[in-house]
Design a protein around this ligand. Sequence first.
Ligand SMILES: C[S@@+](CC[C@H](N)C(=O)[O-])C[C@H]1O[C@@H](n2cnc3c(N)ncnc32)[C@H](O)[C@@H]1O
Length: 334
Amino acid sequence: VSEHRAPPIEHALHAINAHWVTSALAAAVTHRVFEFLEQGPAVVHDVAVGCNIAERGARALLDALVGADLVVQSDGRYENTAIASSYFVEGKPLYLGQLARLSLQLMTRSGGFPDAIAAGHSEGSLSVKADMPQWAQLVLATAPFSLPVAYLAAKLLGLAERRSLEILDPGGGAGVFAISFLKENPRATATQLDWPSVNRVAREQAERNEVLDRFRTVDGDLFAYDYESAKYDLIIFSHMAHGLAPADNQRAFVLFRRALKPQGVLLINELLAELDGSVSPQALLSSARTFYATRDGAGYRYAEYREWLNAAGFRSIARHDTGTPTTLLVVQVD
Ligand SMILES: C[S@@+](CC[C@H](N)C(=O)[O-])C[C@H]1O[C@@H](n2cnc3c(N)ncnc32)[C@H](O)[C@@H]1O
């Protein structure tokens, strides 16, 4: 019968049960299970005692984590995989545990997703036009995500060799890009435009990285900022464009074009919704999150960026894969 030729049911169940991966991961992060296992392989009872959780809960959680490829088990002892060890043990530079917990929160609020799809918008999405307490939380949780990309961008742009470098980072968040670039080049200075609560977080990060003396923040809406013309060598726009409506991206690129010096660079770091296999499936999946969590945003295609950039007077655009779900666009004033 035709059912025998159907593709493996495993793939269908993977799609159906993906939310249990998020739930198990968030529970493990909450109860510091990966931190406990990082000390060495452990049996269920030891995990329950060490993490102060019920033994029944520990068993269910550990088995689910094996199913999710985050933990492996042999002879009754459970152990972190390399993924869990790199990304979910607090204190590691690429720690994404807070993002996992935020993902569970978003999941519990996304029951209305089918209705939102029909309506074209969701209730209670993050408004990018206001200072929301969630932003400060979100930018810290996502910061490790941008860290390797910022490092790659610094190398790509040869920032360490620049004699001087004036950087502007509209919507800089926790300041990952600007701070990485300031560390790369001791002659560089940076200005971040963001909401007050987020700028406070970024200044703390700058202080921790010993670059606060070259890191300035300006509180408020990036669209209301008085951009001085031909002032900046480099403008960063990272994880920003997908949250904005097309007209706002177009408007932002016009402002940036004017604010850049001749030969200046606009650096865009984004999740491109490319359907030709050139981006990670994670970039395409994030279109759903962007749709639900923002009022006007979308996963945009490279062709759309090119159109907005050309209309703003930019001609030279180079696209770089980052080895992560985001793509870098290096846009140069000619
Ligand atoms: C998704 S985060 C990106 C943060 C950072 N650029 C990064 O790549 O990690 C978006 C940031 O833009 C800020 N933001 C959004 N709309 C803004 C606006 N109109 N004016 C200033 N900042 C804004 C938010 O507060 C938040 O810090």
